[in-house]
Design a protein around this ligand. Structure first.
Ligand SMILES: C[C@](O)(CO)[C@H](O)COP(=O)(O)OP(=O)(O)OC[C@H]1O[C@@H](n2ccc(N)nc2=O)[C@H](O)[C@@H]1O
Ligand SMILES: Nc1ncnc2c1ncn2[C@@H]1O[C@H](COP(=O)(O)OP(=O)(O)OP(=O)(O)O)[C@@H](O)[C@H]1O
Length: 313
């Protein structure tokens, strides 16, 4: 049995270009991974008659969130496990599961459909756990290739730290080092989620895409590695206005969160989770206390970043 974990994220900078023919958007995205982690535990189980009917001998159980409406084959942990079984076959290790099913247990802590890459973190943790269980020992490059086939945010969850994502936000360059400052956040979730494709679609309908994106790290963006006060001037999310227009209560929540006294307020990815930047952990706890009981905010999570990469526990 192997357990691995992977972090959630907030995009410190998210610049969005015009969509390509498939409708996907080129991005310039600086990810900060957060110390709120998803866990994947994987093991072999003997195959039963019921399992034999499964097309692919993988069973996923999810704890901590209700994903019963989700087609099991679309669960990102299922897709990650399947990708590595196919990779094993490609590497000439067929029958790796013979007589067994691969069981994946996911422990979710990251809110679903909140813009914090919860499903992507499940995928990243599953990739690392199954790689170890099957003894594949894939290198970083191959893991990242497989990860980006699963979703644009999966490589960032594998990578950890603070990283620049180019291409579709899925080609990572790690930016942080030993002197990188720690950042404290209050992640404020909303009762109603927002669908990532719907936000991008509305963004396009409003013609908000940038004609050109920076081709390398902008010098000013190096401030993402500094303390919270320096970070304030860097934070930027092109999807913010679109999400604020689409969500029924996000604008009211935004005002309430600003009144709780953070240094800055930022939409996390495609939202609707709102990231409130604090000076320190104590300040973050104060903000969370001020927001307790406010009906506009579902719950608050006091977190910090950058976080460790996806790894075996
Ligand atoms: C908004 C972000 O969270 C910022 O980090 C990501 O770009 C979204 O990452 P993700 O949820 O892992 O994205 P995917 O699962 O690959 O795609 C979900 C949907 O988001 C849109 N999408 C995603 C990434 C991208 N570069 N362009 C897009 O247009 C597409 O409509 C796609 O169908
Ligand atoms: N393991 C998973 N956990 C959560 N949702 C999943 C998972 N696998 C597939 N999904 C589907 O993806 C949708 C969005 O999931 P997720 O929680 O990853 O959103 P998100 O955090 O907003 O993503 P991102 O920030 O990467 O855009 C869910 O509503 C669900 O239908």
């Amino acid at each position: 049995m192997i357990t691995a974990s992977a972090p959630g994220k907030v995009n410190l900078v998210l610049l969005v270009g015009e969509p390509d023919q498939r409708g996907y958007h080129p991005l310039y995205s600086i990810f900060e991974t957060l110390n709120i982690r998803e866990r994947a535990t994987v093991r072999f189980r003997p195959q039963t008659a019921e399992h034999a009917r499964l097309g692919m001998p993988i069973v996923v159980h999810t704890h901590g969130a209700d994903l019963t409406d989700l087609d099991p084959h679309k669960h990102l942990a299922f897709r990650a496990a399947k990708a590595l079984i196919l990779e094993a076959a490609k590497l000439g290790i067929p029958g790796i599961l013979s007589g067994h099913v691969l069981e994946v247990e996911i422990g979710k802590r990251i809110p679903v459909a909140g813009g914090m890459a919860g499903g992507s973190a499940d995928a990243a943790a599953t990739l690392v756990a199954v790689d170890k269980l099957l003894g594949l020992n894939l290198d970083r490059e191959r893991m990242h290739e497989i990860a980006r086939g699963l979703g644009a945010d999966v490589p960032a969850c594998l990578e950890g730290g603070i990283s620049l994502g180019r291409g579709y936000g899925d080609h990572m360059t790690r930016l942080d080092g030993p002197d990188t400052a720690r950042h404290h956040w209050v992640m404020c979730t909303m009762r109603q989620g927002l669908s990532t494709p719907a936000v991008f679609k509305e963004f396009d309908a409003q013609g908000r895409g940038r004609g050109a994106l920076p081709t390398s790290l902008r010098e000013d963006d190096l401030r993402v590695l500094e303390d919270a006060p320096q970070l304030v001037g860097v934070l930027e999310n092109d999807l913010q206005e679109t999400a604020l227009n689409m969500h029924p209560t996000l604008r009211q929540a935004w005002k309430v969160i600003e009144e709780a006294g953070p240094l800055a307020v930022l939409l996390s990815g495609s939202g609707p989770t709102v990231a409130a930047l604090a000076r320190s952990r104590e300040h973050a706890q104060q903000i969370a206390q001020r927001l307790a009981g406010k009906r506009q905010v579902e719950k608050t999570l006091v977190v910090s970043g950058p976080a460790k990469p996806a790894k075996v526990e």
